[in-house]
Write a protein that binds this ligand. Structure first.
Ligand code: EPZ
Length: 442
């Protein structure tokens, strides 16, 4: 949304019950996995975030028929008519997750033409683990400028060893292997909850996949995969952001659908700060009551089940006002501390050295004009704005909307004084129902 901004005023003690949408990082890869089948599938609990709309457009351009009933979060995708393997480079630039159609296209057509996704503010973000291992499966990859032309007569099963448990590479290889005759094993695989939801979908489609300790995926290829109906898991990252909003404002929030089982280390750190956390039956549902004297805690991000890198920035915002100092170590992405600079504009005391940030708690923050550099940074700045004295203006709204479905509305329902000022971009106008044009108070 061009020229859009969020205006945030100090809002204390956010409180109430909130329902969650489905996980962005599950639904995007699940949508691409539907290229492995031909026919109509139905996905429920689908967030109406900008990335989902980008993926819809990508699939439509490959020939899929898509219907999205946003109010009901229901998405129907018919892949019977998919007849192309060239991915629109503009969408590739907008959304790195587009790379996740490469495995399914190779399995379906033996071909995939994509543009190199390129880096983003988080770092170089190469795709070498994807390409190296596709080559191990017999794929010939020809580079032409920014474009990659991948081609294979028949994918080969075998042993794939990942030097790092990359989420995207694990997902891409696994999807490519699902229809390959024989057994493919992925060693040192990622096991993020969103990836486990993808495995649940693939198994529903008829795939043969098992998870062997410590982190090996065994995929026995099948001849055919069938369309499915599936409910996307609730978004642990949206849950984390809402818990942090209540914690930073000294409030109390209840998230009945929150996947506590997927947030253990994060919840441990919130408890160490002094916040009171209650978890529901079967580890589903989280209630948080904030302490009024939070202690600073240190943490280090890592692959699941470690502390999620996608909650590092919002958790940093909390440390800015906690008593004491916190050392934050970002180990997943080499350049994911950019938000520290924007928090400093609001009066935070943060010293960044390499992939570490030392945060010294201060009495208060002040409103300022801040710029969101990526999805999770936008959340950190909104949280800081909720407790800062005066007005905070945040730009970089496309990041906020890529990752969250109108999260500002949920925060407002909890008592936040937050307002989206925007001019509608013609591509995203159906994000807003008639009469809800973004000049209104949220
Ligand atoms: C997924 O990205 C998520 N995106 C990210 O969420 C998340 O931060 C990340 O996993 C880690 O949990 C989606 O699921 C769409 P990786 P992905 O491959 O798959 C390096 C958000 O905010 N690497 O696990 O791209 C890479 O550069 C986003 O929602 C290579 O070097 O992450 C990074 O440093 C941001 N070569 C590390 O591995 C490769 O071929 C982890 O990346 C692949 C990755």
């Amino acid at each position: 949304m061009k020229n859009a901004y969020l205006q945030i005023e100090q809002s204390l003690e956010l409180s109430g019950d909130v329902s969650l949408v489905g996980a962005k990082n599950a639904v995007l890869v699940i949508m691409s996995s539907l290229l492995l089948t031909s026919g109509k599938s139905r996905l429920k609990n689908v967030p109406a975030s900008a990335d989902v709309l980008h993926m819809i457009r990508l699939l439509e351009e490959l020939g899929a028929q898509v219907t999205f009933v946003q109010d009901e979060h229901i998405l129907e995708i018919d892949t019977l008519g998919v007849n192309k393997w060239q991915v629109n480079p503009d969408i590739m630039k907008k959304m790195r997750a587009s790379i996740l159609v490469m495995g399914p296209l190779l399995a379906r057509f033996g071909r995939a033409d994509i543009a190199m996704p390129g880096g983003c503010v988080l770092g170089a973000r190469p795709i070498d683990y994807h390409l190296k291992n596709f080559a191990k499966m017999g794929v010939k990859i020809q580079e032409e400028g920014h474009f990659l032309h991948a081609q294979v007569d028949e994918l080969i099963p075998g042993k794939i060893v990942l030097e790092y448990p990359s989420v995207g590479a694990t997902e891409n290889i696994m999807m490519a292997a699902a229809l390959v005759k024989g057994t493919t094993r992925i060693i040192n695989a990622a096991l993020e909850p969103e990836l486990l939801d993808l495995i649940a979908v693939l198994k529903k489609m008829g795939a043969q996949i098992t998870i062997d300790p410590p982190a090996m995926l065994v995929i026995d290829g099948v001849d055919e995969l069938l369309p499915i109906t599936h409910e996307i898991i609730s978004d642990r990252l949206e849950a984390g952001s809402l818990l942090l909003a209540a914690a930073i404002t000294g409030g109390e929030v209840n998230l009945p659908q929150a996947p506590a089982y997927a947030l253990d280390v994060f919840l441990l750190k919130l408890e160490e700060m002094g916040h009171s956390i209650t978890v529901g039956k079967n580890d589903v549902g989280i209630h948080l009551k904030a302490t009024d004297s939070p202690h600073a805690v240190s943490f280090k991000t890592g692959p699941y089940p470690g502390f999620p890198t996608d909650l590092q920035a919002p958790m940093m915002a909390l440390q800015c006002l906690a008593e004491g100092t916190s050392t934050i170590e970002e180990t997943v992405f080499e350049n994911r501390l950019v938000h520290a600079h924007e928090l400093q504009k609001m009066g935070a005391q943060i010293n960044v050295e390499g992939n570490k940030a030392l945060v010294t708690g201060v009495e208060e923050l002040y409103g300022a004009h801040v710029i969101a550099s990526d999805i999770r940074a936008s959340c950190a700045l909104v949280l800081a704005g909720l407790v800062a004295k005066g007005t905070t203006i945040m730009t970089g709204i496309p990041h906020w909307q890529r990752g969250y479905e109108a999260l500002e509305k949920k925060l407002a329902a909890l008592g936040a004084n937050i307002r989206l000022h925007a001019q509608v971009n013609r591509h995203l106008k159906f994000l807003h129902r008639e009469g809800e044009m973004p000049t209104q108070d949220v």
